[in-house]
Design a protein around this ligand. Structure first.
Ligand SMILES: Nc1ncnc2c1ncn2[C@@H]1O[C@H](COP(=O)(O)OP(=O)(O)OP(=O)(O)O)[C@@H](O)[C@H]1O
Length: 253
């Protein structure tokens, strides 16, 4: 199971302006949507519209101002092993090898040591890092580091995977290769994924459904189901039509 439900979610930041004035910044108000079990949903929107804030709240890392988030019906009250998170900054432990990084969360989950390595190896294989098990992160390219980040998040077998601009720090070519890799992995695992990006092409390539966040306070301005067979062809005219429609939705709200 892995259903992620966002219910009437609001976020307000209190910003200090001068020594005795604070201003309220309503980032978004009353946002509701559900990522169904096994569904890949992306959120796109202009810079500053609140995408990262929303994902951090789902991860239990940022406080909810109003509303609630549920994973399989259980309210999110903080970080937990039912959610795997992948950030843009790879956030790997530099003193651990590839295998050590991937096995790390399994220890916290209480998986016995022998089984930790077995499971970590399974995910090394899934993300295509065979042969690099004993490398330390500094010897890996950006794309390989993000494969480790993905394997680490997948290894704890979370109900939902939360990904915040995971390929944002990569060059264009590596980024496209990682999109293909993630799409292939997802076709095998069918994880529930909430994916944040500002790249429309990336969202169309990967998602079952794309939500456009726009306005201030932000709202879901558009919801687009992507009805293309996988693996997807970026040059398909229908693919390009989806891109255009979403571009328009971001621009006009
Ligand atoms: N801790 C904070 N205190 C006050 N304001 C904040 C805080 N964190 C974020 N904000 C503001 O909230 C808004 C939403 O920020 P957020 O990072 O969620 O946007 P985003 O859509 O992820 O942007 P980007 O695509 O540039 O990463 C922005 O206006 C930002 O300046």
């Amino acid at each position: 199971m892995g259903e992620l439900r966002i219910e009437n979610l609001s976020k307000t930041y209190r910003r200090k302006e001068g020594w005795n004035t604070t201003r309220l910044l309503h980032v978004f108000r009353n946002i509701s949507f559900t990522v169904e079990d096994g569904e890949f949903v992306s959120i796109i929107g202009a810079s500053g519209c609140g995408k990262s804030t929303l994902l951090s709240m789902a991860g239990g890392l940022a406080e909810v101002s109003d509303g609630a988030i549920y994973v399989d019906g259980n309210p999110v009250t903080g970080p937990g092993l039912d959610r795997g998170i992948v950030f843009q900054e790879f956030a790997l432990f530099p003193w651990l090898t590839v295998l050590g990084n991937i096995a790390f969360g399994l220890k916290s989950k209480g998986v016995p040591q022998r089984q930790q390595m077995e499971m970590a190896r399974k995910y090394v294989e899934l993300v295509g890092l065979n042969g690099f098990e004993d490398y330390f992160p500094y010897r890996l390219s950006g794309g390989m580091r993000q494969r480790v980040g993905l394997a680490r998040a997948l290894a704890i077998e979370p109900a939902a995977l939360l990904m915040d601009e995971p390929f944002g720090a990569l060059d264009a070519q590596t980024r496209e290769a990682m999109q293909t890799a993630l799409s292939n992995i997802w076709m095998k695992t069918r994880n529930t994924i909430l994916f944040i990006t500002h790249d429309i092409r990336e969202a169309v390539y990967l998602s079952d459904r794309v939500l456009v966040l726009a306005g201030r306070p932000a709202q879901i301005a558009m919801e687009q189901r992507i009805e293309l067979p996988r693996p997807r062809n970026r040059f398909d005219p229908l693919f390009q039509q989806y891109e255009l429609d979403l571009e328009r939705a971001i621009g006009t709200h």
